[in-house]
Design a protein around this ligand. Structure first.
Ligand SMILES: Cc1cc2nc3c(=O)[nH]c(=O)nc-3n(C[C@H](O)[C@H](O)[C@H](O)COP(=O)(O)OP(=O)(O)OC[C@H]3O[C@@H](n4cnc5c(N)ncnc54)[C@H](O)[C@@H]3O)c2cc1C
Length: 464
């Protein structure tokens, strides 16, 4: 087998690849363990030159490539398929921070940097990256860009798309794409980098990017609010936006079932009240108001909100504990069998009807269904996940899943939402993409793919 790659391997350092089955296999399974593929070899290139050599070699020999970052993706995009002759290029060793510019507030980082490590480097400058995810300790910048990751702070800083000034990449034929600009204004025709953002490894390998970075302060107040109905949630959301808009750095939603699940399976902290919905709101003191929590309290008094119980963290320790409740929900969910995940977005005004109608249809289909509903409400983003107590065999589960997906996505479509808010398409949502995106749009996407990747070697079988 080595013969196939010998001429390439001779040009790389020994630490830039592995043929060791256990190492390769570890990189062939996704975070949730839902997608398990196979590969003969994994590359860990340390430089642009090495990536270029590997990609040119693959282009010449028609070998399909799977770009891989931290492998925390949730749609099966980062792992090879089974027996398709795909190789993996993992970017973890391309991990330099090239420049931090504290005048322009920009950072240029290589794609293999772990998000948390970049934030650690920015901390002494009181600066931070625009995004924050539960997977921040493992996910890489290249993966974040390739998935246009959302996360907790989109409500404040916008998405990855809004915060990237420049990108560098290696295209599927091995050509170098250099648009590593650091300027905010750049109206020079089509914006190719925006195509690479969210392309899930199908258009090229992102090697570096320049980001807009933002002021960081640890002076924050986290609040958990308990509410009876979704109608009250929207009322609170609207009042918070109008009273605290500039301070809001996260506005998260959790339903009662998801909170109970985390308490039962992980032992998450219990709150002194119960209700149907909980919101976690983080307010951050960006403008150095003295005694920020007092300032927030004084504003609360004027809000005049009924039907709300709330608890305000009194220390940074409590802030962290409150966040932990939210972050433990996906971890608890991972311990369950048979959870069907949906990462959807909906216009705020339609969310209540979506929850009501789709829950009713799901319960009618099977009364033993429960819904783990949480997400980034401030970004219209719900994780609307379905679990069932019944023991189902493989075939029944597959039919069950198909029907559940059909119900949920038909209501997402009815209420003008998106079938994938932040996780992307990967292998998981390919069929739904075909169903819910117009044929014309799919045709255009395919044409763009062909321009970048005429031989279809870059992450084939993903997205389109
Ligand atoms: C606990 C947990 C919480 C999460 N929370 C969030 C959240 O709040 N918001 C959110 O958006 N996502 C979330 N995710 C999903 C995931 O962390 C993000 O999609 C993340 O951006 C993926 O980064 P990664 O480095 O792990 O990429 P991978 O999983 O390795 O790859 C993801 C995709 O990007 C491609 N890719 C990776 N690196 C490159 C590169 N350098 N060039 C080209 N293509 C590349 C891969 O081929 C694949 O298609 C969460 C995941 C977990 C496990």
């Amino acid at each position: 087998m080595t013969n196939k790659y010998n001429s390439l391997l001779k040009t790389l350092k020994k630490t830039e690849y592995s043929l060791d089955k256990s190492i390769v296999n570890n990189h062939c399974v996704d975070w949730r363990g839902n997608y398990r593929g196979s590969s003969e070899i994994i590359f860990f290139p340390k430089s642009l030159t090495s990536i270029q050599k590997i990609v040119k070699f693959c282009f010449k020999k028609n070998i399909p490539i799977v770009p891989q970052g931290g492998n925390t993706g949730l749609v099966g995009g980062s792992v090879p398929r089974f027996n398709k002759g795909e190789i993996i290029i993992n970017l973890c060793k391309l991990n330099n921070i090239r420049e931090i510019d504290i005048v322009s507030n920009t950072i240029t980082v290589e794609s293999g940097c772990i998000l948390q490590n970049v934030n650690d480097r920015l901390e002494p400058h009181n600066l931070q990256m625009p995004i924050s995810l539960g997977s921040k300790g493992s996910c890489q910048i290249g993966g974040n860009i390739a998935t246009n990751a959302g996360g907790l702070n989109v409500i404040k800083f916008g998405s990855i798309r809004n915060n990237i000034l420049g990108i560098e990449a290696i295209l599927p034929n091995g050509e170098f794409y250099d648009d590593l600009k650091t300027v905010k204004k750049n109206n020079t025709g089509f914006d190719i980098k925006q195509l690479l953002i969210g392309s899930e490894g199908t258009l090229g390998i992102i090697t570096a990017a320049t980001f807009q970075i933002h002021k960081k302060t640890n002076d924050r107040v986290v609040i958990i609010i308990c509410l009876k109905s979704f109608n009250h949630v929207l009322n609170i959301y609207q009042k918070f936006i109008s009273s605290f808009g500039e301070f809001i750095t996260a506005f998260e939603l959790m339903n009662e079932f998801s909170m109970n699940l985390a308490q039962k399976l992980i032992g998450s902290m219990k709150l002194p009240f119960t209700g149907n919905y909980y919101c976690l709101v983080e307010l951050t003191n960006f403008i150095d108001i003295e005694n920020f929590s007092n300032f927030i309290y004084s504003k609360f008094e004027k809000l005049q909100i009924d039907n709300m119980q709330l608890i305000v963290a009194k220390s940074e320790n409590e802030n962290k504990n409150f966040w932990q409740i939210r972050e433990e929900i996906p971890l608890a969910e991972k311990l369950l069998e048979n959870v069907i995940q949906h990462d959807v977005s909906l216009p705020l005004n339609n969310i209540e009807n979506f929850i009501f109608e789709s829950s009713k249809a799901l319960k009618k289909f099977n009364p033993n269904i429960s819904i783990i509903n949480f997400g980034h409400l401030g970004d219209n983003n719900l994780h609307f996940n379905v679990c069932i107590d019944d023991k189902l065999n493989k075939k029944n589960y597959s039919n069950f899943k198909k029907k559940v997906n059909e119900i949920i996505f038909s209501f997402v479509n009815k209420f003008n939402g998106s079938i994938s808010a932040e996780h992307g398409i990967g292998q998981l949502r390919k069929d739904e993409l075909k169903r819910y995106k117009s044929a014309e749009e799919i045709k255009r996407m395919k044409k763009i793919k062909k321009i970048f990747d005429p031989k279809n070697i870059m992450n084939p079988g993903k997205v389109i």
